[in-house]
Design a protein around this ligand. Structure first.
Ligand code: SF4
Length: 215
């Protein structure tokens, strides 16, 4: 079975299942919210960062309002996310750069996004796909990275390597599905420890690389 057929099977399987972050209209389709939400979500559970993001966006609806918020207040508002002090400082820095260099608007360009401190390939790709609706990159998080390696598609050492390998080998028309579908699949079936291989729709096409214990 080709990689595209595996993607189609997973797409069909996850249809109707919720993605904790991406299904939320509060975060989606607004580059400001997508960028700040993504910075808050790094190394934090989606459910926690989503809650914090929604509360924060009630107080700061755009970069100008976020800029007015003191560092102390921002720290207080986001303290449930991991590394909140580092994140608060980073967010303040990013806000200043966006106001100064980008006229208060998130740049609609992957390479410009990557110039912002603390923004890596994953965050830039998330902004492009979910904030601007541009499917020119594939956001790869821990779930996508784990699944493509377990399937035996690649032996990649980083999220970024997985992203570029996916972009090199997968037909462009499937790019927009991969992040959303694999995140849901990774939370429900191909979980980090003891994945549910017996219930998996692509089990026959999976090399199960590195999977010792399965259910
Ligand atoms: S067979 Fe197991 S390891 Fe492979 S994708 Fe399915 S759940 Fe993951």
């Amino acid at each position: 079975m080709s990689k595209e057929e595996v993607i189609k099977k997973i797409h069909k399987f996850v249809k109707g299942k919720d993605h904790p972050m991406m299904d939320d209209p509060e975060i989606l389709r607004d580059p400001y919210r997508t960028l700040i939400g993504c910075l808050l979500s790094l190394r934090t559970k989606d459910e926690t960062s989503l809650k914090v993001s929604i509360e924060l966006f009630k107080k700061a609806r755009n970069f100008k309002e976020l800029n007015k918020m003191s560092l102390k207040e921002l720290e207080k508002r986001i303290r449930s996310v991991n590394y909140y002090k580092t994140k608060a400082k980073r967010i303040k820095d990013v806000v200043k750069v966006i106001l100064k260099d980008y006229n208060g608007k998130v740049p609609n360009d992957f390479n410009e996004l990557m110039k912002l401190k603390g923004v890596g390939e994953k965050t830039a790709a998330v902004c492009m796909l979910y904030g601007f609706g541009v499917d020119s990159y594939i956001p790869v998080d821990v779930n996508v990275h784990r699944i493509v390696n377990r399937l035996g598609w690649f032996k990649s050492k980083s999220f970024s390597e997985s992203m570029y390998k996916l972009m090199d080998t997968i037909d462009r028309k499937y790019w927009k599905w991969i992040n959303n579908d694999f995140v849901i699949f990774g939370k429900n079936i191909c979980v980090p420890i003891s994945p549910f291989c017996s219930k998996c729709v692509v089990s026959k096409n999976c090399k199960k690389v590195g999977v010792n214990k399965r259910r």
